[in-house]
Design a protein. Structure first.
Length: 357
């Protein structure tokens, strides 16, 4: 059996990651419609609570997207125009874009080959070589749901007094050394877009153990409106980033059976691991959610050949994102040696990874 026959044996419709609903989604959505709870309503609070309970975070604030959550988190960390923010070049473009939204400049680090996340060694070497420079924040990303060495990253950033915002957009359900990703830094961020493990048809969330940060996130996400029974008072520039009740109902329903989803995806990852010798497994000390399964080809030519064959077989595979430092708007940004990132960019292929019921 060749690779494409094997993938088809796992998936009748081999999409990259299509949503699949098996719980109270219709019931909760009908409840919203019947009672007129579309934007505001009780499902927002229930969804936030379910994420707090699952991750162990003290506070959670729902917003309109994972990108909005990242943007708010950087503002809450104190990022201002002209500041510099450290992140990784191998990431989804939103990670770099939110730095630009703040008027700040991204500085790009390399990643580790086994985690695909920001390399503590790359980070420490860079900071030790630039002892007098100030960095407003560090944004490591848990790539495909594989946890980065986040404890080491946080410890290094603590030494250099740099706030850490974890881009855990892909990491719901991923554990590193017995702690959920997103709970190591000052704030963590999740995405609930249509292709994530739990989807709310969009939306995002900030988690933190800092009450002050949580309260300010909620305030700014609701246009910085001061509570008043009659008048519209806004004391500063805020954002229309509020999470909707309708979307929250969908997300809450999926949270109720997230453990089953995670087990299902782990079984798929094991199946791929048995077949593909070049499968990217979960990193040391980590339990990945295996949001997107991936394999490593020997070079760019083999990668492109595999992707072409997959397209011909109507199997949805994809390469990893183009490195941020190869995108036009970030080509001129500061970067360190990106040896690992460049090697991975040429070789990664994501395979169909949705839930198989």
């Amino acid at each position: 059996m060749d690779s494409f026959e094997y993938i088809k044996s796992l998936y009748e419709k081999p999409f990259l990651h299509a949503p699949s609903f098996r719980g109270n989604e219709k019931k909760y959505l009908n409840d919203c419609i019947d009672l007129g709870w579309v934007l505001d309503g009780p499902y927002v609070g229930k969804f936030e609570e379910s994420v707090r309970e699952f991750t162990g975070a003290k506070y959670s604030v729902g917003v309109s997207s994972g990108t909005a959550a990242l943007h708010l988190a950087l503002l809450l960390a104190g990022v201002k125009p002209g500041d510099e923010v450290i992140t990784q070049s191998l990431t989804f473009v939103a990670t770099a874009n939110v730095i630009s939204y703040c008027g700040a400049k991204p500085v790009f680090m390399d990643v580790d080959l086994d985690t695909l996340g920001l390399s503590p060694r790359s980070l420490k070497t860079f900071l030790e070589s630039n002892p007098k420079r100030k960095f407003a924040a560090c944004v490591p990303m848990h790539t495909f749901g594989h946890p980065a060495r986040i404890d080491e990253i946080v410890e290094i950033c603590k030494e250099f007094k740099i706030p850490v915002v974890e881009d855990s957009a892909q990491g719901l359900g991923s554990i590193y050394k017995d702690r959920h990703v997103g709970t190591f830094g000052d704030m963590g961020v999740f995405s609930f877009s249509g292709n994530k493990i739990v989807t709310a048809g969009g939306m995002g969330m900030i988690i933190t153990d800092n009450l002050g940060l949580a309260e300010r996130a909620g305030y700014l996400s609701k246009t910085a409106k001061v509570p008043h029974k009659r008048h519209f008072i806004h004391e500063e520039v805020g954002f229309n980033y509020k999470m909707s009740n309708l979307n929250s109902a969908l997300g809450l329903a999926m949270m109720e059976y997230l453990p089953i989803i995670l087990q299902n995806k782990r079984q798929t990852a094991y199946a791929y691991k048995r077949f593909f010798k070049n499968f990217i497994d979960e990193p040391p000390y980590a339990r990945s959610n295996f949001w997107l399964n991936a394999i490593l080809m020997k070079d760019k030519k083999e990668r492109d050949g595999f992707l072409t064959c997959a397209e011909n077989e109507q199997i949805e595979c994809r390469p990893v994102w183009t490195l941020m430092t190869n995108l036009e708007m970030y080509k001129g940004c500061e970067k360190v040696s990106l040896e690992n990132s460049e090697w991975l960019e040429d070789r990664i292929v994501n395979l169909p990874s949705g839930v198989r019921w």
